[in-house]
Ligand binder design. Structure first.
Ligand code: NAD
Ligand code: UPG
Length: 427
């Protein structure tokens, strides 16, 4: 089928590449001219393992195209997928300005029957609102179906998650449209849940809130482990062996960041409040996540002790997690800002990014960052950090202290090299 994907971000690009790879002809459009120009030249504007190769392969095969002319492809393709951003507005709600922009453009182009697939993460009721808005703008209801089809990919493993998803959720009031969307994915081995649109929209918000809850829960248990000198890694392993709980998303550390959990947890809270429902659990999840960086800050201050000079801290990692270049709501960056505010010198290194941050000195490799450092914080679990040359690191540092912000290092190994190891919930 010919598919027009609106929005060439993490979701739009990954979905475009995979749908082209399983046989569809995909036209991916974006308002960002610079981005589209790069994509047409084979330059991928984001870092996502495997994406460059999959895009190149399908461009060569004539299955994948990039363009700025959304209206042309909206008019031509029977299937339109919306994958634009839905960032947090100031009041915590999902800012629908980009979705609304797409709907306005769509209202001017629909002349033949369309299936409009909503991939962006949106509040419950959005599909109904789009349906009403298009009709208000004069589009004949017989010409379109709106289907909610939320995306569950993770950055860093986006291709794998899209090719082998745990499930594909299709929210469509009319089963005919649902079946057509299911057909789009028929070459993927997965299970389908066909439900109504409101439920599909809520499944997405609830999934992200639940995963964020798992993380805040384990971070709270890590605080108890700290107090009782117990090892959170063992506790987490033991909890996760229960199949009712499962081992994933139980890694204690600096807390969750990224472009999804913080904004979607806020948006869920907002839609609940709009119906006078107070989400006590969700509030607690947010509160724990906010204070998680401070727990590390206290550990760092405690380790450095009272000093007359300005301690030098090396921070490894700036992205919100490994294998991505995304720094949206990164806890590593929150930590760096707090360290600077405390008056410390911060020398940082990340394999992919060096964002402008007042007073942070960016280094060209991890070893340069630790030169003369009083303490090293591992803020993102990049594999290069796990396999560091610890002899070299120790020789370069002023004091051999490592604060493991992701509980990702092998404690025994770094202690063997003579480091003092500080984690959360690691006695
Ligand atoms: N990033 C993820 O891992 C992830 C995973 C699942 C779901 N989501 C959801 O998917 C949606 C997209 O997320 P993302 O991270 O890919 O966003 P992104 O910010 O990386 O990309 C969005 C793109 O949409 C473009 N755009 C905005 N308005 C447009 C318009 N009118 N026409 C054409 N292009 C337009 C922007 O220029 C941008 O390139 C969000 O709702 C997000 O919550 C994201
Ligand atoms: O045990 C864990 C797992 C994750 N994290 C942190 O949680 C954040 C989010 O990680 P992850 O979920 O792996 O990345 P995202 O790409 O943000 O993916 C989430 O958000 C996407 C956007 O909605 C969804 O599609 C995915 O299903 C959902 O996992 C990161 O800061 C991680 O470091 C932890 O602290 N501990």
């Amino acid at each position: 089928m010919d598919i027009c994907i609106i929005g060439a971000g993490y979701v739009g690009l990954t979905t475009a590449a995979v749908l082209a790879d399983i046989g569809h002809t995909v036209y991916c459009t974006d308002v960002d001219e610079e981005k589209i120009k790069k994509l047409q030249q084979g330059i991928i504007p984001i870092y996502e393992p495997g994406l460059t190769e999959m895009i190149a392969k399908n461009q060569e095969k004539g299955k994948l195209f990039f363009d700025t002319d959304s209206k042309r492809y909206m008019a031509d393709c029977p299937c339109i997928m919306i994958a634009v951003g839905t960032p947090s507005a100031k009041n915590g709600s999902a800012d629908m300005v980009y979705v609304k922009g797409v709907i306005d453009a769509l209202s001017q182009t629909i002349r033949t029957p369309k299936i409009i697939i909503l991939k962006s993460t949106v509040p419950p009721g959005t599909a109904d609102w789009i349906e009403a808005d298009l009709q208000r703008q004069g589009v004949d209801k017989r010409l379109f179906e709106i289907v909610s089809n939320p995306e569950f990919l993770r950055e860093g493993t986006a291709i794998e998650d899209t090719v082998h998803p745990d499930r594909i959720v299709i929210g469509a009031k009319q089963s005919e449209a649902a079946l057509k969307v299911q057909e789009l994915y028929q070459n993927l081995q997965t299970q389908f849940l066909i439900t109504d649109r409101l439920e599909a929209e809520l499944i997405k918000y609830a999934s992200n809130a639940f995963l964020a809850t798992k993380i805040s829960f384990i971070n709270e248990i890590a605080r108890i482990c700290d107090a009782y000198h117990a090892d959170i890694m063992e506790v987490s392993r033991g909890i996760g062996m229960d199949r009712r709980i499962g081992p994933r998303f139980l890694q204690a550390g600096l807390g969750y960041g990224g472009s999804c959990f913080p904004k979607d947890v806020n948006a869920l809270n907002y839609v609940a409040a709009a119906k006078d429902i107070q989400l006590d659990l969700v509030q607690a999840v947010k509160k724990i996540n906010r204070s998680q960086v401070d727990i590390y800050l206290n550990k760092i201050t405690h380790s450095l002790g009272k000093r007359s000079d300005k301690p030098r801290i090396a921070v490894w990692g700036a992205t919100f997690k490994e294998n991505t270049d995304d720094i949206r709501y990164s806890q590593a960056i929150v930590l760096m800002k707090k360290l600077i505010r405390k008056g410390y010198q911060v020398y940082a290194y990340d394999p992919l990014v060096s964002p402008k941050l007042s007073s942070v000195v960016w280094c060209s490799n991890p070893y340069e960052a630790v030169e003369q450092a009083d303490l090293l914080v591992v803020a993102t679990a990049w594999s290069a950090f796990l396999e560091a040359d610890w002899d070299r690191v120790k020789a370069l540092m002023k004091r051999p202290v490592i604060v493991d912000g992701r509980n990702c290092l092998n404690r025994k190994t770094v202690e063997m090299y003579g480091f003092e190891y500080v984690g959360v919930g690691r006695p």
